[in-house]
Design a protein around this ligand. Structure first.
Ligand code: ARG
Length: 257
């Protein structure tokens, strides 16, 4: 009887100690890791988000610096996830991502699914072509093959243009594939934002870009789940970055070099 009692007491002590330790460890773990923001991007959009494969497999760029700064100010750690551009907005909606940041333009369709921070960048759309093609403006696209990134506002722009001009619209998941196919004449033109075209136009002298829509048509912003109160905090930091010169430094670092 005594032995049995002893065993019960020992077991209870063991259970209490064990669960106590477990809890302590958990708490320490949380404190150490901080709050983690899972940030989705499509790392094919230099200089906003891309991988410089010659140097490392890390995602770098203007957007990456931007979110790291915001996260640091607000006490978050960032975990970047590379995925097809097309799935970013739905992944924020479904909760797979906390945030999507990929030069994402605010547009009506997306606003039905997610909320956006204030706009942090404005961009023109370009029609990128091979110089010798003679294509200068949308009207020249008649009978041609035009490419755009799947799920992008450039795809939407292409659909819009197609209503009045008769061409074939093709989409690809990744921007570098579009450029590759343009260079090898499988595509006659690619619709892409000016800021993301600069690198290609510099590198490939046979390509040229002509503006087909103006800056104020689209602005980039960060997508978060509908009603997420982090949006106000993000906006506060964005505003501060513009005021204290942090934003200009990032522009200088990524666009003027
Ligand atoms: N601004 C365009 C859009 O929102 C294209 C963005 C593409 N971004 C990227 N990381 N590939 O549809």
């Amino acid at each position: 009887m005594k032995k049995l009692l002893m065993l019960v007491v020992v077991s209870i002590v063991f259970v209490v100690v064990a669960t106590g330790c477990g809890k302590k460890e958990e708490a320490a773990g949380n404190a150490k890791d901080g709050k983690v923001l899972t940030v989705g991007t499509s790392a094919d959009f230099q200089p906003f988000e891309y991988i410089d494969t010659a140097k490392s497999d890390e995602i770098i760029g203007f957007d990456v610096d931007l979110i790291n700064h915001i996260a640091k100010e607000l006490g978050y750690k960032v975990q970047m996830k590379d995925m097809p551009f097309e799935s970013l907005v739905t992944s924020v909606k479904s909760g797979t991502l906390d945030v999507a940041l990929a030069g994402i333009s605010v547009d009506e369709e997306r606003l039905k699914e997610v909320d956006f921070t204030d706009v942090y960048f404005h961009a023109n759309n370009l029609l990128i072509v091979n110089k010798e093609s003679g294509i200068k403006k949308p009207e020249d696209l008649k009978g041609k093959k035009v490419g755009a990134q799947t799920g992008s506002v450039q795809e939407t722009k292409g659909k819009e243009l197609k209503e009045t001009i008769d061409f074939t619209l093709e989409t690809r998941d990744r921007v570098p594939d579009l450029i590759q196919e343009l260079k090898s004449d499988r595509l006659d033109a690619v619709i892409l934002e000016e800021v993301a075209s600069g690198g290609y136009l510099k590198k490939f002298a046979e390509l040229e870009g002509n503006i087909i829509s103006e800056k104020d048509e689209s602005g980039f912003a960060i997508a978060l789940p509908k009603g997420d109160d982090k949006i106000q905090e993000f906006n506060r930091v964005l505003k501060k970055m513009k005021e204290d010169g942090t934003y200009d430094k990032l522009v200088e670092k990524w666009f003027n070099s």
